[in-house]
Unconditional design. Structure first.
Length: 204
């Protein structure tokens, strides 16, 4: 089934909250229900995304916060143009594994105003129909990161992530929903379905 207009859902939150897994679980359910959908992850694998990946691996040395912010914005501009807008135009459900609330929170935690970052993004990026913000006690996230990857990237230091999560928790509005990922995968999935039911006329 192709919807007459697309639906945009963003999965957000600090590292280690299980967003990517939940994104995949929802995508599988939609596919089973024959609802055309796509998962898009940011940072992307495009030219800006690759520069960002190098920064994640090697750390922030020599790169100013302004440049870092600019790279994430450039990556997203490319993503909107090449992937997100075309998928929405084709009537797909677009599941974003991170979107501009990540920029507002992660780069906001470097000292920029999160609300300004959000407003600047909304000048070029379509606004999501729903934003699911996953949260966890940060120690739990750090444990998951360590066991999954055996190490932390430059963005995964504990004090920094605590500040990032504070910003994530500060967003308000009817499209924003908070999901506790401190329960089983199935229970988190149920919370996800509950928070997006209305977008699918209660059919999920
Ligand atoms: P992540 O979703 O963890 O990618 P992967 O699972 O492929 O490693 O994202 C990588 C990091 O990028 C993560 O620590 C959050 C950070 N990030 C920002 O700082 N700003 C942003 O705008 C985005 C999209 C991500």
């Amino acid at each position: 089934m192709i919807l007459s207009s697309g639906i945009l859902i963003a999965f957000e939150g600090i590292d280690g909250t299980g967003k990517s897994t939940q994104c995949r679980m929802l995508s599988e359910l939609l596919t089973k229900m024959k609802i055309s959908n796509i998962v898009i992850a940011e940072p992307t694998k495009g030219k800006w995304g690759m520069k960002i990946r190098k920064l994640l691996l090697e750390g922030r040395k020599g790169i100013s916060p302004e440049e870092e912010l600019e790279w994430f914005i450039n990556d997203r501009k490319e993503d909107v143009e090449i992937n997100i807008q075309p998928a929405l135009n084709a009537g797909k459900v677009v599941l974003m594994d991170r979107y501009y609330f990540s920029t507002a929170s992660y780069q906001g935690a470097l000292g920029f105003d999160p609300q300004k970052i959000k407003a600047d993004n909304e000048k070029f990026a379509p606004q999501p129909d729903r934003v699911l913000i996953f949260h966890n006690p940060p120690e739990k996230s750090l444990e998951r990161i360590e066991s999954a990857r055996g190490g932390r990237s430059a963005f995964e230091k504990s004090d920094y992530l605590i500040n990032v999560q504070k910003i994530f928790k500060s967003f308000t509005g009817s499209k924003i929903r908070f999901i506790s990922s401190n329960v089983t995968l199935e229970e988190v999935h149920e919370q996800v379905l509950f928070e997006i039911q209305d977008l699918f006329d209660g059919k999920l």
